[in-house]
Unconditional design. Structure first.
Length: 150
């Protein structure tokens, strides 16, 4: 009976076995390793270069987010994080933009790390899907970024 149980377990484990990281995830990890090796660089230039690499709606959203974040929280320093535009305070990433193109997803996302001061009860959102930015989303993001650094 033990052999039968072992066989069932191993076939289930094989069926559920992860295929590992995607090419996009591996590329992001390599970019992060390069960021750590390069040490202090001009974060603003690096972020603007990453934004310039984006295409279409992702680039337009990233450019607008960059302006919103700089206006809402001047204390945040632009830098790249896993090859994405990010904004840090005291060396810790507070928020970041992930283009849809980077991981081949249907929407871009704007997220916050645990360094963001957004705690609200026992549960709160840490990332938002973005298909486009309207005045309402821009205002909400500006307010969230202000709160995140408060």
């Amino acid at each position: 009976m033990k052999d039968t149980q072992k066989s069932a377990k191993s076939s289930t484990a094989t069926a559920k076995k992860s295929k590992g990281f995607t090419d996009e995830e591996r590329a992001a990890m390599k970019e992060r390793a390069q960021e750590l090796k390069s040490g202090k660089t001009d974060g603003e230039s690096a972020v603007l270069a990453k934004i310039a690499e984006m295409q279409g709606p992702d680039r337009a959203m990233a450019e607008r987010l960059h302006a919103i974040i700089k206006a809402s929280a001047p204390a945040l320093s632009p830098r790249t994080w896993y090859g994405m535009p990010a904004y840090a305070m005291d060396g810790k990433v507070v928020c970041f933009f992930q283009s849809a193109q980077k991981f081949k997803t249907r929407y871009a996302s704007f997220g916050f790390s645990d360094a963001a001061n957004l705690d609200e009860g026992a549960m709160w959102p840490t990332a938002f899907a973005l298909e486009k930015l309207t005045a309402a989303e821009e205002a909400r993001i500006g307010a969230l970024v202000k709160k995140a650094v408060s």
